[in-house]
Write a protein that binds this ligand. Structure first.
Ligand code: SAM
Ligand code: SF4
Length: 337
């Protein structure tokens, strides 16, 4: 542990981790209702004045990349493609010095249309969430009949050069856990990089059950019924996914085992919610209010100071397996996944 909080430089914490990867939630709203994320009726959305404006988002990202050492910016939500100012925000962030790498995590709806514009604005790549290839299942899982739009979005992302296109998949027992090999075959055939994400206790309904979740071990066993998987020797660094070479490579598949093999010791994330709160972790129970500071007239140096203080307090780990674990008050869709 380090003793004293630095007053300048990057976002370090007392365990020596440095946050270089900023996740920005652009909205808590969504056009799907994935059962592991939101209830059918949606959630009490943030009111307009609570949301950061486009200019406030760009200003905070500027402070992050210029003064705090952030090199990667990922836009997420909710569903970031439904934020009206998205293209303008990407354009302005791409013009920052030093220019960060810019990516987007999306459910893919509308991406077919928007991909070329986003690419031209400076977006580097996308992660698209897709949990099933079966239209009926998709409709049950997301409560919307939109599989065709997501598949078109994936194809559009590749055509626009938002590559490598990564696909995020959450498996749920008895729902889509028999689809792991088919999803990998689909990804290999289309040149997408598939990453399975263990289901986490971040749903608004608090329906997560450790005993029922599909574990990384189970996912790998299911894939090995069809594919030869060898550990990928590439340096993992702060990447959350452990990757395997499929059938000798070069294609790879990843598993993000946040629950059963936590990677908190290597975490390099800092998060900004759509209403301007900094979170040191998805599972943090504390937030630091940068919107209030901005609107009270704080200068960039004061914003940077508050952000450093928020990250200094980052906990060593998320503690999901700790008997005292408390799910954060905000669900994943309101934090930014
Ligand atoms: N709407 C966009 C999307 O679905 O990609 C971006 C936001 S969503 C919250 C980001 C990612 O979080 C998605 O890949 C989604 O599957 C994942 N996710 C949502 N709830 C989750 C949960 N309880 N456990 C694990 N992953 C979850
Ligand atoms: Fe929307 Fe993404 Fe949550 Fe699904 S996972 S409901 S697409 S925010």
């Amino acid at each position: 542990m380090t003793a004293a909080q630095p007053t300048d430089g990057p976002l370090v914490d007392r365990y020596g981790r440095v946050a270089r990867d900023l996740r920005v939630s652009l909205t808590d709203k969504c056009n799907l209702r994935c059962t592991y994320c939101m209830p059918a009726e949606g959630l009490p959305w943030l009111a307009g004045p609570q949301l950061l404006t486009d200019a406030e988002i760009v200003r905070l990202v500027r402070v992050a990349v210029r003064d705090l050492g952030v090199t990667e910016v990922r836009f997420t939500g909710g569903e970031p493609l439904i934020r009206p100012g998205l293209v303008g925000i990407v354009t302005e962030v791409a013009a920052l010095e030093p220019r960060p790498r810019i990516s987007l995590t999306t459910n893919g709806i509308g991406l077919a249309r928007l991909a070329p514009t986003l690419r031209a604005a400076g977006l580097d790549r996308v992660n698209v969430s897709l949990d099933t290839l079966d239209a009926g299942r998709f409709t049950r899982l997301t409560r919307r009949d939109r599989l065709a739009d997501v598949l078109a979005g994936l194809a559009g992302a590749t055509a626009a050069g938002l590559t490598p296109v990564k696909v995020n998949t959450v498996l749920m027992r008895g729902v889509n856990d028999d689809e792991a090999p088919a999803l990998l075959r689909f990804a290999l055939d289309h040149g997408y990089e598939l990453r399975f994400i263990e289901q986490m206790p971040l749903d608004a309904q608090h329906g997560w059950d450790r005993a029922a979740m599909v574990t990384a071990e189970e996912i790998l066993a299911a894939l090995r019924t069809t594919f030869d998987l060898r550990p990928d020797s590439a340096e993992r660094g702060a990447a959350p996914a452990e990757t395997w070479l499929v059938d000798g490579g070069p294609a790879r598949v990843g598993v993000i085992a946040s629950v059963t093999r936590p990677f908190c010791g290597d975490c390099d994330r800092t998060r900004l919610t759509a209403d301007g709160q900094v979170r040191a972790c998805l599972f943090a129970t504390e937030e630091s209010d940068l919107r209030g500071a901005l609107r009270a007239g704080a200068d960039d140096a004061e914003i940077a100071r508050r952000w450093r203080t928020a990250m200094w307090g980052k906990r060593a780990g998320h503690g999901i397996d700790d008997p005292t674990f408390l799910q954060p008050a905000r669900p994943m869709s309101a934090i930014g996944g």
